[in-house]
Structure formats: C-alpha cells, structure tokens
Design a protein around this ligand. Structure first.
Ligand SMILES: [Zn+2]
Ligand SMILES: [Zn+2]
Length: 350
C-alpha cells in the first residue's frame, strides 16, 4: 500500500502472513453508556497523512474500558470501539507515516497530543490540554483492524508474543509510572491486585522492594496470586498493614481505599492513585494526613514512558498472566473483569 493512499472503501491488501484481501472487518462497538458492546462489520478505510492501518493481533481489556462502557468518563463520543492495549502489525500507511508496512507495533492509551500547550512544551504530554486517547476518543483495538497516528505507536520487536505483551501497554506502563511516583519507597502496599498490580509487583521485586498486597476482603485467590508473585504479605484491604508502609499504590477504583491506605502510611509517605476514575473519597481526619503525608494521582503516559517501560519489560522478562477470549466475547471479558473473576488480564483475540 505504501506510499500511495488507497481509495477509501477499496480492498486493502495485507502484506503480512498469507496474502489476503478483505474489505470489511469485525469491530465490537459500544453504542452508548451502559449498553453492551455489539458486533459490527465496518468497511476498511485507507490511512491518511501520518496514520497507519494495522491488523490487530491481540488487545487486552483494561478497567478504563469498563469506565468507557459505563459512561464514567467525560464526553465519550459514542459509538466507540474500546481498547488501548493493542499489539498489531502495520498493513498500510498514509504518505507521512513514521512507521512502515510490516512493523509490529503497540498502540497505547495516548493517541495524540497538541504539541503546543504548556504541558507538551514542558515534556508533560501526558497532561496535554488537547490530548486524545485510544479506545475513548479514537476507535481502539476491540476489532480486527484499527487506524492510529503512527507517531504515537510504539515499535515492538516481532519476537514478542502478542497476547502476553498486551497488558504491558497500559497496566504495565501506568503501573510503572505509579510506582515511579512512590520514589525510593521500600515497603509498598498495593490496593487492588489485578492487571497493573501483578506487573508492578514483579518490577518492584526486581528492584529489591517489599510488596504487601491488599485485596477485596475475603479474596483468597487474589491473595495467593500476590504471594506467588513475591508479595511478602497479602490480606484484606480493610485490615491494617503488619508494619507501616513507605507508600501505598491504589489501583482499585474505590475512593474509600484512600483514607484506609493513608492510615497505613508512615510520616512523609504517600498514597498514589493509579486509576483514571474512582468513586468519591470519604472525609477523614486531618491528623491522618498530618506528618507530610501526600495523596496524588497519576495521569496517562508519555511516549517516553512507553519506550522506557517496553525496553525494561523486555529486559527484565516481566511475565504477564492472561486469560484469552475470542474478540466476539468481549462482553463476557468485561463482565469477568467487573465481577473480579479474573486473575491477571483478559486479552481479546480476533
Ligand atoms: Zn498539548
Ligand atoms: Zn488502560
């Protein structure tokens, strides 16, 4: 296809794997807030400008996808295809694409930035005033194909197994940024032991830190899973920590965990919230914050984070625990995540 733009609606010839021709593809589309995804055939369109067209190999399911489906984020432009942890192969490119046909890529959450606002100019493109996000404001990876801006795709080595690599692209990346915000904290409590936590635990253990896992009360399976991955202690989130924490990372979207975690953190320690959405935080006595304790959030990722973390993950051999679902079963995967029936990450396979 390169370099000429194909005529929209024409057949797109894929150049990887057996030569196939297709003019439409399956996408799992969220029609509106609170509605189940529905399967749709969509015509393939040719990538324009700096865009590329990629054939999806696997797409992991993130808690943020639930917030999109449930309408918990502002101004969602329904209908939208969720999914922002995508491993794909480039099959066609617009004339100004920075990546070539045949390249294996990761398509993460950050889909575009303005490059001009104060945050973009200061190296904080994760906070860009005009950022756009994959699977939220641009159609994402719950589909057989997707179009993305090549400048925001992460080139991946073809040797990485697609399904196992997908959770690194958000859970891993955001988890890593969350861990970094905890500075040199040694004893770290993690609240919500799902996709991000299982990756962060491995990174933190390799850095010689101690991890304590706080799960939904009574979730013995998640607690066993955490110990298996190297957590020195695992228990219910409403239990006190066996020793004061240097920092707490919260991945569960439950605001009540913030004051609970804060009470377990030592003076000067911090509580870092890694989720994009959380229920309201209940009030708590100022004494719990006193002692220079801090509460902060982590928002999105930069491309630099993406490159750094993917290199680190490949080197450190971070293992991902996944459960595979056919793409057409995306609703079942979302339900399993919602009900806490998953360990590790759900991955959709076209
Ligand atoms: Zn900007
Ligand atoms: Zn995500």
């Amino acid at each position: 296809m390169k370099p000429g733009p194909a005529t929209a609606g024409s057949n797109i010839r894929t150049t990887t794997g057996p030569m196939t021709e297709t003019s439409d593809y399956l996408a799992m589309v969220c029609p509106g807030a609170g509605e189940p995804l529905r399967a749709e055939r969509r015509p393939l369109t040719a990538p324009q400008g700096q865009e590329l067209l990629a054939r999806v190999l696997a797409c992991a399911v993130c808690r943020t996808d639930l917030h999109v489906v449930d309408g918990e984020l502002p101004e969602i432009p329904y209908p939208i295809v969720p999914g922002h942890q995508v491993v794909a192969d480039v099959v066609a490119t617009g004339p100004q694409s920075t990546l070539a046909v045949g390249q294996r890529i990761g398509v993460p959450w950050l889909a575009a930035t303005c490059g001009e606002c104060r945050y973009c100019r200061a190296g904080q493109e994760n906070l860009c005033d005009h950022a756009r996000f994959t699977g939220y404001q641009r159609d994402g990876g719950y589909a057989e194909y997707l179009v993305a801006d090549s400048r925001y795709c992460l080139p991946l080595s073809a040797g990485l197994p697609p399904a196992e690599t997908t959770p690194l692209l958000c859970a891993g990346l955001i988890g890593y940024r969350t861990l970094r915000m905890a500075g040199d904290a040694h004893r770290i409590g993690i609240y919500g032991f799902g996709s991000a936590a299982h990756l962060v635990t491995q990174v933190a253990r390799r850095q010689g830190r101690e991890i304590l896992a706080f799960t939904r009360p009574g979730d013995g399976a998640a607690q066993d899973f955490a110990r298996e991955l190297g957590a020195s202690w695992a228990g219910d989130s409403d239990q006190p920590a066996p020793a004061p924490l240097d920092a707490a990372l919260i991945f569960a979207p439950v605001g009540a965990l913030v004051p609970q975690a804060l009470r377990q953190v030592r003076k000067g320690g911090q509580v870092v919230c890694g989720g994009i959405h959380m229920s309201d935080i209940p009030s708590f006595p100022y004494a719990d914050l006193w002692g220079e304790r801090q509460i902060r959030s982590v928002a999105n990722l930069t491309r630099q984070d993406g490159r750094e973390f993917m290199a680190l993950a490949a080197e450190a051999g971070i293992e991902t625990r996944i459960t595979r679902y056919p793409l057409a079963d995306a609703n079942r995967a979302l339900d399993d995540l919602r009900c806490g029936r998953l360990q590790g990450t759900a991955v959709l396979l076209p």
